[in-house]
Design a binder for this molecule. Structure first.
Ligand code: CAA
Length: 257
């Protein structure tokens, strides 16, 4: 299978997927997410792969969903297209997924990171959900997974201000596993992946599933609620204003309509 927006390699039991739209800070357009999910599912069926690593580049893991792709959509178009449904399939991947992140981990980038099972971050990582600044909210699980991971008050602060947190703060809140120098963040993730790849694969998959049961309670319902709210916000003038302002590189003027 050939891909346009991701790079895929398999080595020593580790399926490495690199997000590859560097000019737009790995903005997650529909095609990229479909490629990513297809690659994960294909390698999930491949016995030579035991663990996944998803990474980007030093400047950006991913700066969110592709704003240009959705800026002019209506709420009805968003609802009918249901572009975030494909993200649900990541939760059904049976082998562990490690995110190796650096730079911008924003919006959908943060949601993708939180869909992974472990996270190794470089010291220059900035993690946040800035959708509020676009007149919208997270739509790929951000409100739910963030609240589960860091607790209500910190999640509220991050979601309502849109301001990112540093890697060391994310570590303190249990959002990531480890912060390492930028030169080694991918190597550290691969090292962890190879360690897990050497464990008995059936037990590994059962542990993953069991942990998901421990932390996934009520998640599906919350994600469905969040997604409908996200699509509904495309009926607001603030969404149009927020996304147009981003694309025209100016400050938005929100009116509450
Ligand atoms: N979508 C589309 N393009 C994006 C993008 C995104 N999410 N993020 C960055 N880009 C593009 C920029 O438009 C720019 O393209 P041009 O060179 O053609 O102008 C290029 O990437 C580089 O970005 P900047 O020039 O803005 O770089 P910067 O260093 O000045 O700023 C940044 C970096 C702070 C990350 C800024 O790009 C930014 O704020 N990006 C948007 C972050 C965001 O709001 N993410 C949430 C998206 S919505 C979402 O994710 C919904 C969901 O729940 C899934």
């Amino acid at each position: 299978m050939t891909y346009t927006h991701i790079l895929v390699t398999i080595d020593q039991g580790v399926g490495l997927i690199t997000l590859n739209r560097p000019k737009v800070l790995n903005a997650l357009n529909t095609e990229l997410i479909e490629e990513l999910v297809n690659a994960l599912e294909k390698m999930d069926r491949d016995e030579s792969v035991r663990v996944f690593v998803i990474t980007g580049n030093e400047r950006a893991f991913a700066a969110g969903a592709d704003i240009g792709e959705m800026a002019n959509e209506t709420a009805i178009q968003m609802l009918l297209k249901d572009q975030f449904a494909v993200w649900d399939r990541i939760a059904h991947v049976s082998k562990p997924i490690i995110a190796a992140v650096s730079g911008f981990v924003l919006g959908g980038g943060c949601e993708l990171m939180m869909s992974c099972d472990m996270v190794i971050a470089s010291e220059s990582t900035k993690i946040g959900q800035p959708e509020i600044k676009l007149g919208v909210m997270p739509g790929a699980g951000g409100t739910q997974r963030l609240a589960h991971a860091v607790g209500k008050v910190k999640a509220m602060e991050m979601l309502l201000t849109g301001e990112p947190i540093t890697a060391s703060e994310a570590l303190r809140y249990g959002l990531i596993n480890r912060v390492v120098p930028i030169e080694v963040y991918l190597d550290e993730a691969l090292k962890l992946a190879r360690q897990i790849a050497s464990q008995p694969p059936i037990a590994v998959q059962m542990i993953k599933k069991a942990v998901h049961k421990a932390v996934g309670h009520g998640l599906d319902e919350g994600i469905a609620y969040e997604r409908n709210c996200f699509y509904l916000l495309f009926a607001s003038e603030d969404q149009t204003e927020g996304m147009q302002a981003f694309m025209n590189k100016r400050k938005p003027n929100f009116t509450g309509r």
